[in-house]
Design a protein around this ligand. Structure first.
Ligand code: NDP
Length: 348
């Protein structure tokens, strides 16, 4: 059984040396009986690389909403797996599940497993790839749905801006905005990504923020009448430029601030244009996906037909093998992923 452990707390950008692939231990074919009652043994198939894993690699800090990883222990995160053995009657061998698992070949999910894992009722064979449960049908999908529909309450005809727009969450926000009858513009960090936004995801306009460093001018050009809704994924200079371009009574869903995750406290960007929140009577609201799990069935029922009929496209970036998981995770912070980054550990 191979597993990826955190070797030491990370300061600055994560590097491969911060993690280690440890080999050893029998491949478990059954629960040994020594685990707590209600445990579930799973074979991991796909692992999700998510930006929130980076703050968990730092020493615990006051404002974090999930516990830090522990050096020497296996990393945990979202994934798709097959149940091998279970002492929880809600799961049986052969079931496909998604939820929180370990960065290893096999994991024992300890009780209450039903809080961590959800059964996949329709998988291979129905036109929906299993790996989508790390993305559009998993945590990033619900994040995009909640952040856009619940937090921003969009109205037809409104102007929407999305940063990190080609990523796991952003590509969906753009498509949800288009479906809601909004005019949507996205920013991303390469020509290839900008092209995807326009041609695959139906953004009305898109730009490469690295090639237009005057972000205020870049936004003013695309939004001469201002922005009604900003879906915030990056923070820093982009947030400051957006604040200058918001319309009166605009809404900002603060989903993530990836540009800040690798900076030490003293290095983090200050928000200089916060007074726009008052002048323009903006609503700026942070949210986290775990608070909204109860909306998953509603979201899944809404999005599945769109996936099946091709109305919603989903682009994935698949790294092959557990040994490449650390590199894939690190790539998120250098914009190397094109679409949702995940790792294939084994075939379904
Ligand atoms: P992505 O798939 O978008 O991958 C991360 C992308 O962020 C990179 O590809 C890169 O794209 C961009 N990026 C990296 N560093 C920077 C930087 N310094 N400045 C600007 N852009 C940068 O990730 P996700 O879609 O999974 O996550 C997007 C955001 O949503 C993150 O901030 C994440 O933390 C947050 N999130 C929040 C959740 C919640 O519950 N609140 C749940 C899930 C995600 P590019 O090439 O375009 O720069």
């Amino acid at each position: 059984n191979r597993r990826v452990i955190l070797k030491e707390y990370v300061e600055g950008y994560p590097r491969e040396e911060h993690m280690e692939l440890v080999r050893g231990g029998e491949v478990p074919l059954r629960l040994t009986g020594g685990e707590p009652a209600g445990s579930v043994l799973v074979r991991n198939l796909y692992l999700s690389c998510d930006p929130y894993m980076r703050p968990k690699m730092s020493r615990p800090v006051r404002e974090s909403y999930t516990a830090a990883f522990v050096p020497g222990e296996v990393l945990t995160g979202y994934g798709v797996a097959r149940v091998v053995d279970s002492s929880d009657p809600r799961f049986k061998a052969g079931d496909l599940v998604w939820g929180i698992t370990g960065w290893e070949d096999y994991s024992v999910v300890t009780p209450p497993a039903s809080k961590l894992l959800a059964k996949i009722s329709h998988g291979a064979g129905d036109g929906v790839p299993l790996s989508y449960y790390t993305g559009v049908l998993g945590m990033p999908g619900l994040t995009a749905y909640v952040g856009f529909h619940e937090i921003c309450a969009p109205k037809e005809g409104e102007a929407v801006f999305v940063s990190a727009a080609s990523g796991a969450v952003g590509q969906l926000v753009g498509q949800f905005a288009r479906l809601a009858g909004c005019r949507v513009v996205g920013s991303a960090g390469s020509a290839e990504k900008v092209e995807l936004l326009r041609s695959r995801f139906g953004f009305h306009d898109a730009f490469n923020y690295k090639e237009e460093p005057d972000l205020d001018a870049a936004l003013r050009r695309r939004f001469p009448d201002g922005i009604d809704i900003y879906f915030e994924n990056v923070g820093g200079a982009m947030l400051d430029a957006v604040l200058l371009n918001m319309r009166v009574h605009g809404r900002i869903a603060v989903c993530g601030l990836i540009s800040q995750y690798n900076l030490a406290d003293g290095e983090k960007d200050a928000v200089r244009n916060l007074s726009a929140v008052i002048a323009k009577r903006l609503r700026l609201q942070g949210f986290i996906e775990p608070d909204h799990k109860h909306l998953y069935p509603k979201y899944e029922a809404w999005v599945l037909p769109y996936i099946r009929d091709g109305t919603i496209a989903y682009v994935e970036d698949v790294a092959e093998g557990l040994e490449n998981a650390p590199k894939a995770l690190i790539g998120l912070f250098h914009g190397r992923n094109v679409g949702k980054q995940l790792v294939r550990v084994a075939d379904g």
